[in-house]
Ligand binder design. Structure first.
Ligand SMILES: [Zn+2]
Length: 326
């Protein structure tokens, strides 16, 4: 049998190569090492007086219950994802640490990234309940997890979708630069563009949403449908996935109304919004800063010279992915 330190180092590596935000990975490691302040642990320390799970009020809250075995948590795992974790059905019978060991040895780094992100989001939900008495719904938890396991590198869409990466850059006393690039499933550039708003946006999510609205217009002019718009703005992405504010609430922020406008614009076009890491959105970011020089301008089947290095980096990443699958 392998010694515990050998297993530990295997799990450590398995977690760290997972494709998820470092925050989620270090959380998964703490969970594996039984370092989370769950109630059974706090009771032992004499900090609290009961060990009942704050979510279901039935089981004793140890690490395994909190992240895996609680009935409420099980629902999140099952509803959550297109993740094929065969061992999930048997999960309640083993400890969380054993389950993580199994995940590390059976899942690829993408799937492992999802596991880390879901665990993190489940714990976030638990804390929201304990500390602010807010009960987050499953959709919220899943959106939160999804925003944490986005890939590090740009990936082409699957055929026949088109991806539109967009980004905004705000410059004090000048305005808001906007950039967009449309690429197909082969990674080839369909078009790219820049635009400059004289308006300064003081909140980045507003700049990003105005940029999205402009990018949607551009996609219309190019006659594109089924476009996956990609942003690296987490606030925009979260707002997008929240339930639209009900008509009973009279108060709508400017940001919310911009998001609703964008949703309205793409209705029925088969288009959607996805989140990418900033590292996977470099071409659009570069275009946004170039907007301060170019103003309103478009390029067909290419990007301006200044952005070509970033485009090349994305192409190299695609080549690596293709090579890895051969
Ligand atoms: Zn429970």
């Amino acid at each position: 049998m392998a010694s515990s330190s050998v297993i530990n180092s295997k799990v450590w590596k398995g977690i760290w190569r997972a494709e998820a935000s470092p925050k989620c990975k270090s959380f998964a490691w703490r969970a594996y090492m039984e370092e989370l302040p769950v109630k059974t642990f706090l009771l032992e320390k004499g900090v609290i007086e009961d060990k009942l799970c704050p979510c279901c009020g039935e089981g004793e809250e140890d690490t395994t219950h909190a992240l895996l075995a609680c009935e409420e948590v099980k629902r999140i795992w099952f509803v959550a994802l297109d993740l094929k974790v065969e061992s999930l059905s048997a999960a309640t019978k083993c400890s969380l640490s054993q389950w993580i060991e199994e995940c590390v040895s059976t899942l690829d780094k993408k799937e492992m990234g999802m596991v880390c992100a879901i665990m993190w989001a489940i714990w976030h939900r638990r804390n929201a309940l304990v500390f602010t008495e807010k009960k987050l719904d499953y959709a919220h938890v899943i959106a939160k997890a999804r925003s944490m396991f986005v890939p590090v590198e740009w990936q082409p869409p699957s055929h026949p979708n088109v991806k539109a990466n967009f980004a905004a850059a705000v410059r004090d006393n000048v305005g808001t630069g906007m950039g967009v690039i449309f690429r197909n499933s082969l990674g080839s550039t369909i078009a790219s563009g820049t635009s400059l708003l004289a308006q300064e946006c003081f909140e980045s999510q507003i700049a990003e949403t105005l940029c999205m609205s402009w990018a949607i217009e551009q996609s219309g002019e190019l006659g594109l449908s089924d476009v996956i718009f990609e942003t690296d703005c987490q606030r925009l992405y979260r707002k997008w996935n929240q339930e639209s504010s009900s008509s009973s609430s009279a108060y709508t922020t400017y940001f919310e109304s911009l998001v609703e406008d964008c949703k309205f614009m793409i209705e029925g076009t088969g288009s959607s919004l996805a989140l990418v890491r900033p590292s996977a959105n470099k071409v659009a970011q570069c275009l946004a800063t170039l907007a301060f020089d170019y103003g309103e301008r478009g390029w067909i089947e290419e990007v301006p010279q200044e952005a070509s290095l970033y485009l090349q980096a994305d192409d190299n990443a695609i080549a690596d992915i293709v090579a890895a699958h051969q």
